[in-house]
Write a protein that binds this ligand. Structure first.
Ligand SMILES: NC(=O)c1ccc[n+]([C@@H]2O[C@H](COP(=O)([O-])OP(=O)(O)OC[C@H]3O[C@@H](n4cnc5c(N)ncnc54)[C@H](O)[C@@H]3O)[C@@H](O)[C@H]2O)c1
Length: 255
């Protein structure tokens, strides 16, 4: 039996898109390592249900609805964090939406939504939570990008690639902005992860086969394998890392 580390004990960590496949895995891991979580997603009821599953962990977990694309909601969330915890140590910008459409087929309305959630959401999170982390003496921001923020993938999902690529460079820019004050900002680039949501959409499809074929390890990743990297970046085990792009992709980008 392995003993879970307590390296996140006492830290306050805000997670966006917390109730999705990777968000809930990250919540479980951070809570298991002793963290206090601010669980946010579009529906507070889903956050409440997630918090209930974490009742066996030592931290204090709170929930609040947050559409990451809406600045006013970020203001409210930042104020709530200040009121409830008096500090913030880490922000995990995890929320995003996808698109399968190609450059030719994408519609302006959906393109704008993918960018607004995936890019503006990350920026607004840093804008409103970065100062709280700074005021706490430094900490960590983890921006969840993707391998599709770096390479061309299957030649479709154009808006998603654009959003995830923007997250990659925005991360480096913010990392330089805060480098001297100890607010670390890194991007995380998962490969294809077999979350329930991804399998429900793609299992058995040509795209599923292509995901497997393009992954040198020959399998999809697991949510807990990404959560472990999130926990590492949130923790003080990564204190000399900022502006880094961290890949957990079964070798996809090595090929
Ligand atoms: N699953 C994968 O294979 C994979 C691979 C690479 C990167 N990623 C990235 O990991 C992150 C999590 O992905 P996932 O697989 O858990 O996806 P998911 O769809 O299961 O979860 C995404 C969550 O974000 C929430 N969300 C959507 N729009 C929102 C908004 N406007 N404001 C706040 N929350 C919103 C959803 O309600 C959902 O809970 C995303 O950034 C995704 O792009 C996933």
């Amino acid at each position: 039996m392995t003993t879970m580390s307590t390296r996140i004990a006492g830290k306050v960590v805000l997670l966006t898109g917390a109730t999705g496949g990777l968000g809930s895995a990250a919540a479980r891991r951070i809570a298991d390592e002793g963290g206090n979580l601010v669980l946010t997603d579009l529906e507070v009821e889903a956050c409440d249900a997630l918090a209930e599953t974490l009742a066996d962990t030592p931290g204090r977990h709170t929930t609040i609805a947050l559409d990451v694309a809406v600045e006013e909601q970020w203001r409210e969330v930042a104020a709530m964090v200040g009121r409830e915890y008096g500090r913030l140590d880490a922000l995990v910008n995890n929320a995003a939406i996808g698109s399968i459409a190609t450059v030719e087929d994408e519609e302006v309305e959906h393109w704008d939504r993918v960018m607004t959630v995936g890019v503006n959401g990350v920026w607004l999170g840093m804008k409103h939570c970065g100062p709280l982390i700074d005021a706490a003496g430094g900490g960590s921001i983890v921006n969840v990008s993707s391998i599709l923020g770096t390479v061309g993938g299957f030649g479709n999902s154009a808006a998603y690639h654009a959003a995830k690529g923007a997250v990659r460079t925005l991360t480096k820019n913010a990392a330089l902005h805060w480098a001297a004050s100890g607010v670390r900002v890194n991007s995380l680039h998962p490969g294809f992860i077999g979350t329930d949501q991804l399998l429900a959409r793609h299992e058995g499809s040509e795209r599923h086969a292509a995901m497997l074929a393009g992954t040198p390890m020959g399998r999809l990743g697991r949510g807990d394998e990404i959560a472990a990297v999130v926990a590492f970046l949130v923790s003080d085990d990564s204190t000399f890392m900022t502006g880094s792009e961290v890949y957990a992709d079964g070798g996809w980008t090595a090929a």
